[in-house]
Design a binder for this molecule. Structure first.
Ligand code: ADP
Ligand code: MG
Length: 343
């Protein structure tokens, strides 16, 4: 039996597993439902996600990754074990070789936590790590091995990351904890302020996806959303518009734009000129927000394009990175660099 090779995108919002020869075999939300009595796992992934906000006191639903890093170690490990097990299927006697992504600029402690969790969850030792922007770039089909500057911007659930990549290395990067989840929070806060309506995270996310836009749309879309009236305390339905969503998420988007600009500002002239030629490639679920590419093009002056299947790039790239282990190792921050980053 051949050793299976897995690329894992351990995201704040979704976990994707890519298997060499098969493609994406797991694509599930990073959510786990636990029995509160003894912390046993009740459900993982989609099934657990359906339970958010709907469980009795005996079950708690948890998102073990927050802001791109492990917030709850044991639950992350249980979730990984479940997904790796499902990816391999039955009769998986040989431990798979695994490459897991980590956000650029996480501390060495956080790096080790991801490696340990993957190993505890059944990966062959050592489990390999790859910086997320690099994996995303490889998965987006960018020629990361060449001596030229390529820019990748990944907008996920917990983090937005912008990086310039050349020769398999990250030359300049920025990573901020403002991404999809914060957009959802901003929409919920807006609806509460403007309409006195309390809505859940899922509802806010649905509105973002259904009618949201980074720039005002010509055709103002509308959507009915349900929540609880803050004054009467009773269920209520209101209609919100695209323009309102755009307004609600303005500040978050400005922070993301600022992160991208700060990377461009710190990029050496030769690399910057490559980036202007080749453009910025967008990945992650946030790349699918209407007009996100237009907003970034407008605010940076550099043409932006959305990668094909932007939500799959990181997992595909992590899988592909297993074929370039020696150069990938070089791209990880050293202990000292991570120490500096954590200060
Ligand atoms: P992560 O890597 O953190 O798991 P993903 O790259 O899987 O994140 O992206 C998840 C985020 O993308 C979520 O915040 C989700 O709401 C957002 N998202 C997914 N589809 C869309 C869409 N069509 N428009 C806007 N946001 C989207
Ligand atoms: Mg991601």
């Amino acid at each position: 039996m051949l050793t299976k090779r897995l690329g894992i995108d351990l995201g704040t919002a979704n976990v994707l597993v890519y298997m060499r020869g098969k493609g994406i075999v797991i694509n599930e939300p990073s959510v786990v439902a636990l029995a509160t009595r003894d912390n046993t796992v009740v459900a993982v992934g989609k099934e657990a996600r359906e339970m958010i906000g709907r469980t009795p006191g005996s079950i708690s639903v948890i998102r073990p990754m927050r802001d791109g890093v492990i917030a709850d170690y044991l639950i992350t490990e249980a979730m990984l074990r479940y997904f790796i097990g499902h990816a391999l299927g039955r009769l998986n006697l040989i431990k798979p070789e695994v490459m897991v992504c980590i956000p650029a600029g996480v501390t060495s402690v956080e790096q080790r936590a991801v490696r340990d969790a993957a190993e505890q969850a059944g990966a062959r030792r050592p489990a390999h790590l790859v910086p997320e922007p690099l994996a995303a770039a490889i998965g987006a089909g960018i020629p990361v091995g060449s001596a030229s500057g390529n820019m990748i911007v990944d907008i996920g659930g917990g983090r937005s990351e912008a990086a310039i990549i050349s020769m398999y290395g990250i030359v300049v990067s920025d990573s901020i904890r403002i991404a999809g989840d914060r957009l959802d929070d901003a929409i919920a806060a807006y609806v509460k302020r403007r309409h006195n309506l309390v809505i859940g995270d899922r509802t806010a996310e649905e509105a973002k996806i259904a009618i949201g836009s980074a720039l005002p749309l010509e055709e103002n879309l509308t959507m009915e959303i349900r929540g609880r009236d803050q004054i009467s305390g009773l269920p209520k339905t209101i209609v919100i518009t695209s323009h309102e969503v755009t307004q609600a998420i303005q500040d978050c988007l400005a922070s993301i734009v600022q992160a991208v600009r700060s990377v461009l500002e710190r990029t050496a002239p030769e690399l910057a000129s490559d980036v202007i030629d080749r453009g910025i490639v967008l990945t992650g679920g946030g790349a699918l927000l209407r007009n996100m590419d237009v907003l970034l093009t407008q605010e940076t002056g550099v043409p932006c394009q959305i990668a094909e299947n932007p939500m799959n790039c990181t997992a595909i790239g992590a899988g592909a990175a297993l074929e370039h282990l020696d150069v990938i190792k070089r791209s990880l921050p050293t202990e000292e660099e991570s120490l500096v980053a954590s200060l």
